[in-house]
Design a protein around this ligand. Structure first.
Ligand code: PHE
Length: 338
């Protein structure tokens, strides 16, 4: 005759194996193995048993516990698997998923990133300034007198409060020198604005990388070396670079830079890319009086500055025929650079 513990074990196993959901299984566990479950009750009874009976019942108790625990686990797994496959029955895994739309960098941003990376290798840090700025930063501090023709030429967007959309990134030269003494070696990538007649090559908003290098003994040789290196890194080692004398109020002497390169799809024409020159002593004087010191003593320090037009560079590098495409947000255009 089986021991009552064996009957209990068999009853438990049968309840567990026929349980059709997790709730039924859990109540079977409580019934047999819970704190006041019927199998647990036997361990309470152990102390009332005789010396001879105790090892026999102890063994049976262990076996029952082990068997029931294993069955609980097995049934639990079976029920979970059944539940999962029921859930999956309602899903058609052969249907196409919802694709995640991946963004990409704007071609101008890609162009700026490439240029910035080259200057960083030469030790230039990135500086920033606001797009809306004062006349002082845009003109006065840059040695451009109120009646200076360059001020009219630049046909500026003025705000009602007298501030303006910066006509060039040269404003950041002044802000940088105001905030730190020499030596200075920065580039400032950013937008600039002019009231140009908009057509395929002119936009009211365009992009420049400004550069400024101030230290003792900076010469035109440094200016040429830096910009030639940059342009050859960007456009290829066989790029020809030409410095043409020009005029800017804030540099003296001043130059415009033209390049000729096989990387540029527009053939063998010289292309005007940048303005540059040696920082005018009057600019240092303006900075000094704003700083209230003589940190940029023109007797001790010299520097060069440049402003590179990024839109034209991106247009010739990527063979883009119309500058307006940059701002029209047409995905058919933008996707080509993704
Ligand atoms: N700011 C000038 C422009 O926008 C370019 C320039 C920058 C020239 C720095 C000289 C030095 O045309």
């Amino acid at each position: 005759m089986p021991h009552p513990l064996e009957d209990l074990r068999d009853a438990a196993l049968s309840d567990i194996n026929t349980a059709s959901d997790e709730q039924t299984l859990e109540s079977a566990r409580v019934r047999y193995l819970g704190r006041s479950g019927s199998i647990s009750a036997w361990s309470e009874q152990m102390k009332t048993l005789s010396k001879e009976e105790r090892p026999i019942v102890g063994k049976l108790l262990n076996q029952a516990r082990t068997a029931v625990t294993a069955a609980l686990e097995e049934s639990g797994e079976r029920l979970r698997a059944e539940k999962e496959s029921r859930a999956l029955q309602d899903i058609d895994i052969s249907l196409p998923g919802t694709p995640a739309e991946l963004g990409a960098l704007h071609p101008l941003t890609q162009m700026l990133d490439r240029a910035v990376a080259i200057f960083r290798r030469m030790g230039f840090a990135v500086a920033e300034g606001p797009d809306v700025d004062t006349e002082w930063y845009c003109f006065d501090a840059l040695n451009t007198a109120p009646d200076h023709p360059a001020r009219n030429e630049q046909d500026t967007f003025y705000l009602p409060d007298g501030r303006l959309l910066r006509t060039h990134t040269s404003t950041v030269q002044i802000r940088t020198m105001q905030s730190a003494p020499p030596p200075i070696r920065v580039i400032a990538p950013g937008a600039a604005y002019r009231r140009d007649e908009v057509d395929a090559t002119h936009s009211a908003q365009f992009h420049q990388i400004e550069g400024l290098y101030v230290d003792k003994n900076v010469s035109i040789a440094d200016l040429k070396g830096t910009l030639e290196f940059f342009l050859r890194e960007l456009l290829g080692a066989d790029t020809e670079v030409r410095f043409r004398p020009h005029f800017f109020p804030f540099t003296e002497p001043s130059f415009e830079i033209d390049v000729k390169s096989k990387a540029l799809k527009r053939g063998e024409k010289w292309l005007e890319l940048a303005g540059c020159g040696m920082v005018h002593p009057a600019v240092f004087e303006q900075v000094n009086s704003a700083r209230g010191d003589n940190a940029y003593d023109p007797e001790k320090y010299t520097g060069f500055a440049f402003g590179l037009g990024m839109d034209r560079l991106a247009m010739i590098l990527f063979d883009i025929p119309d500058i307006r495409l940059f701002a029209q947000n047409d995905l058919r255009f933008l996707r080509q650079f993704a």
